[in-house]
Design a protein around this ligand. Structure first.
Ligand SMILES: Cc1ncc(COP(=O)(O)O)c(C=O)c1O
Length: 305
């Protein structure tokens, strides 16, 4: 899908997309030296609103710290304002937002201290990442042949651009095999997360999800934990084996791009009754009601543009 957008915010200025380029010798291109975020803005009756914008920008700053940048050229507040300016300039009612901090100084010495990090923010209209039907009917997934990151190899708390080569290997394998998404196991063999989503399973009304040690601290994950507590649904964070997924009543994934989607089949095994289960449905409904500005949590989590 081609990305259409008029302006990209680059280092303090809104630049026409055709002119928002990076040099061929950027270490960001050659070594994946950069950190990024994925954020969504929703159309509500009260206007466009970005979901948990500040938390996303705080995570961007933490990704930069984990990766090893010593300082950033913009504060979280400035990045929040720049994001809103980008949405306004592109006249978007709802969109996906992609901030990126990257290395572009022409130095291929693999040294983060060579050159200052640059910052860009793009925004464009992007529908359901896994497809509209996925939201209602769920998707088919498989367990990837590729292992997820180890905290002492590439680390798991930072959205480092280079880390997503691992996600791309698994996602491409999954699509080529005819599935919709890949479930990745951690180096110990426990279920970690999907290529761009956190994962949950439900057994006898209790929701289980892997602990945070080897997965990204998803902002949607955190939101669903809060919404589950609001709804009186018990959530337990514990290591999950792949066979526990096969025998679960429900499995679902969540992320900014994917939102909340059921896994109706994993490795050719039907999950539960082979369609979205009741617990997933309640959490999905609560999530969409929040982002559409119709929930008690909306005021806390929506930042109007
Ligand atoms: C590897 C990975 N896990 C989980 C998530 C979900 O995180 P969030 O809900 O903050 O988008 C993402 C997306 O950012 C991701 O890339």
């Amino acid at each position: 899908m081609a990305i259409e957008t008029k302006y990209i915010w680059m280092d303090g200025q809104l630049v026409e997309t055709e002119r928002a380029t990076v040099p061929f010798l950027s270490p960001a291109l050659h070594y994946g030296l950069g950190v990024f975020e994925g954020i969504r803005c929703y159309a509500t009756d009260q206007g466009s609103a970005v979901f948990r914008l500040r938390e996303h920008m705080e995570r961007l700053a933490l990704s930069a710290k984990v990766f090893g940048y010593r300082s950033l050229p913009y504060t979280v507040d400035e990045l929040v304002e720049a994001t809103k300016a980008t949405i306004r300039a592109n006249e978007l009612k709802q969109c996906y937002i992609r901030p990126l901090i990257y290395h572009s100084a022409p130095n291929l010495g693999m040294n983060l201290d060579a050159g200052e990090p640059k910052v860009g923010i793009a925004a464009w209209e992007w529908g359901a990442y896994l497809g509209e039907a996925a939201i209602r009917q769920g998707i088919r997934a498989h367990v990837a042949s590729f292992t997820r990151h180890h905290p002492n190899v590439t680390m798991t708390k930072a959205k480092v651009t280079g880390n997503y080569a691992n996600s791309s290997l698994a996602k491409t394998e999954s699509l080529r095999l005819g599935f919709d998404e890949a479930i990745m196991l951690d180096p110990q063999g426990y279920v970690a997360e999907c290529t761009g989503e956190n994962i949950f399973m439900v057994r006898r009304g209790v929701v289980y999800t892997p602990p945070l040690a080897t997965v990204l601290e998803g902002i949607t994950r955190d939101s669903l934990l809060t919404l589950a507590a609001d709804l009186g649904i018990e959530v337990v964070e514990k290591p999950i084996g792949r066979d526990m997924l096969y025998t679960a009543d429900e499995v679902f994934v969540c992320g900014t791009a994917a939102e909340v989607v059921a896994l109706r089949e994993i490795d050719f095994r039907s999950i539960g009754c082979g369609e979205m289960g009741p617990v997933t449905h309640r959490l999905q409904q609560a999530f969409f009601s929040v982002v559409q500005g119709q929930h008690a949590r909306s005021a806390e989590w929506l930042d109007y543009v």
